[in-house]
Design a protein around this ligand. Structure first.
Ligand code: SAM
Length: 229
């Protein structure tokens, strides 16, 4: 199964614990009802961002300007996980234009929580703020402009963190977030399969970290899920 260097050869070898870590059936059903009652302005803004993201991917827009959003199925998946997370702080690392945040905002509204989302590029932070105003979710979302790595150290009692930034910072984020998770708290990292070459070491770290139960769920680009024991 593993190569001579003991580095697992394929992402498939990391598809461990997946069933135990995904959203519960109850959370999934509950989110279905939340979605059916989503505030009127949220879904049109999602559709708008999906159209911009699709166009960006085809017209040669430079990488750093592209929105690079999660697909809708991942948005729903993380929202279901957030709905079921314990009490505590909710954060997102990598806002872009706020598409994944809109999904999470639906869960926040349903559970009367708020999410803080960090974006390092000012233009994207401004675009995301526009998104949240247009969608009418400013009451459940706090957009923060800046490097998440400089902010996370001040947050205690993290219930849920969605990590979707440059892959090179995942390891630093992991080391900052995991000690701050409440029992049962979740760190969810996007791109665990399509960026497996870069993320292999952090996935391996999670797999052998006694503080968490971890696994990769093979939905869309692959979600690394770490649940604090
Ligand atoms: C893949 S995009 C996020 C997409 C977003 N989660 C969505 O699905 O709509 C990654 C974003 O992370 C931002 N980013 C990268 N490093 C960051 C850091 N250290 N702190 C905050 N944001 C960061 C990038 O500027 C970029 O907008």
């Amino acid at each position: 199964m593993t190569s001579a260097s003991m580095v697992p050869a394929t992402p498939a070898e990391y598809l461990f614990q997946a069933n135990a870590l995904g959203p519960t059936r109850a959370a999934s059903d509950r989110f279905g009802r939340v979605l059916a009652q989503a505030p009127e302005a949220v879904l049109p803004r999602m559709r708008e961002l999906e159209a911009i993201d699709a166009r960006d991917r085809e017209d040669g827009t430079p990488r750093m300007e592209r929105l690079r959003q999660v697909p809708p199925a991942t948005g729903r998946f993380i929202a279901e996980l957030a709905l079921d997370a314990p009490e505590g702080a909710f954060i997102e690392i990598g806002t872009s234009a706020g598409y994944s945040t809109l999904w999470l905002a639906l869960a926040m509204r349903a559970r009367a929580s708020r999410i803080t989302t960090f974006e390092i590029l000012e233009a994207k932070h401004r675009l995301a703020s526009e998104t949240f105003r247009a969608a009418g979710v400013m009451d459940v979302v706090e957009p923060v402009f800046g490097d998440a790595l400089e902010h996370i150290g001040a947050i205690e009692g993290i219930a849920f963190c969605f990590l979707d930034a440059e892959k090179e910072i995942y390891e630093a984020c992991y080391e900052l977030v995991v000690p701050r998770l409440v029992p049962g708290g979740l760190l969810v990292g996007d791109n665990a399969i399509n960026h497996f070459e870069t993320l292999g070491p952090v996935i391996e770290r999670a797999k052998s970290d006694p503080r968490v139960v971890a696994g990769v769920v093979p939905i869309e680009k692959g979600e690394l899920i770490c649940r604090r024991r």
